[in-house]
Every structure is written in structure tokens, then in C-alpha cells.
Design a protein around this ligand. Structure first.
Ligand code: C5P
Length: 228
């Protein structure tokens, strides 16, 4: 069994079982806590949102939700990238390029960062991906379009629920046939969700603004409208 900061992965032939842990981390692992039920909440949100995306034609790893905190999923060869789609300015975008929290971007922006805590997930251009053998330009452009489409579908979902999706991080892998597939997780850990100044995501934890689970549970309730 392989173990990361927030998940364990168990392999079974062409499938895996992902175990979502109760760990929460920020700042490349510098801040770390364990919060009861966090794993099950993020797991169920991932299962339901990926089910919604599958129904809209997006290829995801999701096969089955195994309550309370496991997912049966397609085995993927993961590409070590964090693919961020931004609708509004926030977080590292503002630190790099300036602007104000929540300011609209004129179009959805896709960014690639290299998944490497020691290097602090550096931002990468498509040229870096090919030269550093992370993936090919062709696959990078497929991922870019998939990420934009997927984020837009999730934005529409949360809009209907009265929440604004400011940005989101995806991770992709290749299936056994080499097809790009959405993996990892979709949860308040991996996106910024806001409603009139209220924060419903990991920024509650990053900025020490109280118990993040109350907000995560509220997001889960909204996602329960998606059948599993
Ligand atoms: O920090 P930054 O502004 O780059 O984050 C953009 C989005 O990506 C946020 O929704 C954040 O939660 C997510 N993210 C993530 N994992 C990281 C870095 C960012 O899920 N390692």
C-alpha cells in the first residue's frame, strides 16, 4: 500500500482502492492536523462530484463509493502535475501577479505546477513539461482542455447551489490505454468555494479561521443531490 499526505492507495490489478485519511495539511506539509471525519467527507464529495462529471461526459477514475472513506477507482499512471483552473484571482495567483481577492479573470485560466513539495510546486510552462520529461506537449494540451471543461461543469453545479467556485486543482493520469483520465480528489481541500464573503474550503484551515469541517459538511450536503 502506498501512502501520501491525505490518502493511501491499495492496488488490485487494473483497479485501486483509495483510502481518504483524516489528515489535513497546508504549506507543502508544514502545517498538519488530523480532523475526525475529514477523510469520509472529502471521499464522499469526490465520489459524488466525479459521478456528476461522468454523467456530463468527463472521463474520471471513479468506479464506486465504499462508505465511509474509500473509493474504488481505475488504476492510473499519475502525471506529477497539479492542474489549476482559475475563474477569479486568489492565493498564489495574487502573490505572483497581484490583484485583489475574488476579482474576475476575463476567461478561465489553466496553470500547471510540478507536484513536488521540496521545490514548492513550481509553476511550469508546456515547454518545461516536455523538456523535463513530465509529459508530452500533446497530452498537456489535452489536459488543459479537459481541465477547463471539467472546472466549468463544476462551476455550473456549484452556481446552482449558491456557491461560487473561484478556483480548483485537478490531477490527471493515463489509463492502461494511455487515455487522459481525471484522478485524485475533488473536495474543499482542492477548490475555493465562496458565498458572500464566507469561505467553504481549506482556506478556513490555512488562515486559522475556526473548524473547517462545518464548512466541508455544508458542501457535502449540497453534493448529496447527486445520486451515487
Ligand atoms: O494556492 P493556489 O492559489 O495556487 O491554489 C489554487 C487552488 O488549487 C486552490 O483551490 C487550492 O486549494 C488548490 N491547491 C491544491 N493543492 C495544492 C495547491 C493548490 O489543491 N498543492
Amino acid at each position: 500500500m502506498r501512502e501520501g499526505k491525505t490518502k493511501k492507495v491499495e492496488e488490485f490489478g487494473s483497479e485501486v482502492v483509495l483510502h481518504f485519511k483524516d489528515d489535513i495539511t497546508a504549506g507543502d506539509g508544514a502545517k498538519h492536523d488530523v480532523i475526525k471525519n475529514k477523510g469520509s467527507i472529502c471521499c464522499e464529495i469526490t465520489g459524488r462530484t466525479m459521478k456528476y462529471l461522468e454523467e456530463k461526459g468527463i472521463y474520471t477514475m471513479f468506479l464506486e463509493y465504499l462508505p465511509p472513506n474509500k473509493l474504488r477507482a481505475r488504476k492510473l499512471s499519475m502525471i506529477p502535475l497539479e492542474v489549476i483552473v482559475r475563474f477569479k484571482k486568489a492565493g498564489s495567483f495574487i502573490r505572483r501577479y497581484g490583484g485583489n481577492d475574488g476579482e474576475d479573470l476575463p476567461a478561465p485560466l489553466v496553470e500547471f505546477t510540478y507536484k513536488n513539495d521540496e521545490l514548492h510546486d513550481p509553476l511550469m510552462c508546456v515547454e518545461h513539461l516536455e523538456i523535463l520529461n513530465i509529459t508530452t506537449k500533446k497530452i498537456a494540451y489535452v489536459i488543459m482542455e479537459e481541465a477547463r471543461k471539467t472546472a466549468t461543469l463544476l462551476k455550473e453545479f456549484f452556481d446552482q447551489k449558491g456557491l461560487e467556485l473561484w478556483d480548483i486543482k485537478f490531477e490527471y493520469g493515463l489509463d492502461e490505454e494511455g487515455k487522459v483520465c481525471l484522478g485524485d480528489e475533488i473536495s474543499p481541500d482542492t477548490m475555493r468555494l465562496r458565498r458572500s464573503g464566507q469561505i467553504f474550503d481549506k482556506d478556513v484551515y490555512r488562515k486559522d479561521l475556526g473548524n473547517p469541517m462545518e464548512k466541508y459538511e455544508a458542501v457535502l450536503e449540497l453534493c448529496r443531490s447527486i445520486d451515487l
